[in-house]
Design a protein. Sequence first.
Length: 231
Amino acid sequence: MPIQLLGVGKDSHMSALGNWVNNNDAPVCADSFPYATWSDWDASQRDLFILDHEGNLVYHENISSGIPSNIESLVLGLVDQIPDCDSSLMCGEAITCCDGLLYPTTCCAENCDTAIGECNAECEDGEFDNSDPCNPMECYNGEWVQIVIDCAEQMGVPCEGGLYMPPPEGVCCSTCVQFGDSNGDGGLNVLDVVSIVSFVLNGTYDSISDINQDGTVNILDVVSLVSLILG
């Protein structure tokens, strides 16, 4: 039964532990002078404190005259409130279908998650649903399971020497584009020089072509790009 019993006594009372535990193995901690724990809990000798599974104080009485008759029912009632799950489980952050219900993590109800809806219709194993590129779904054991997409920008990975550019339609993650790669082909070459010269002549601003990041695309950026290409 998930119940913990713990005694906290003043260190000056430790010589009388036999009266506390009556030869059982109940743990007793010694509160040293000036008895900060007793003060924090406003405790007196032979006070009984009962907390629920979330650590909330639900009972505080002095039992010098005896243990109240309702203690057993109180404790049993608190035990019934303890959920049959473990909120400390490490679970993947993916919408998962379990027993016909959708949960926000792969542990479903095992980590005390609350269902967020009902599962989609049954599917055939191997099917994919990419209608939402950031939340794609794959059919597994006849149920839709969300695939976790980790994007570098959202994970805080810096785009060294460039900028993250918004993804095209149907793609979830942004792309790190190097300064000067004006046509976005993944390399620096003469085609990028032509593009930047065109921006200069037309007075067009392009953040990737603004190599020195001074807020304008001009001949300085062309010179910088040529230097990068020549190495």
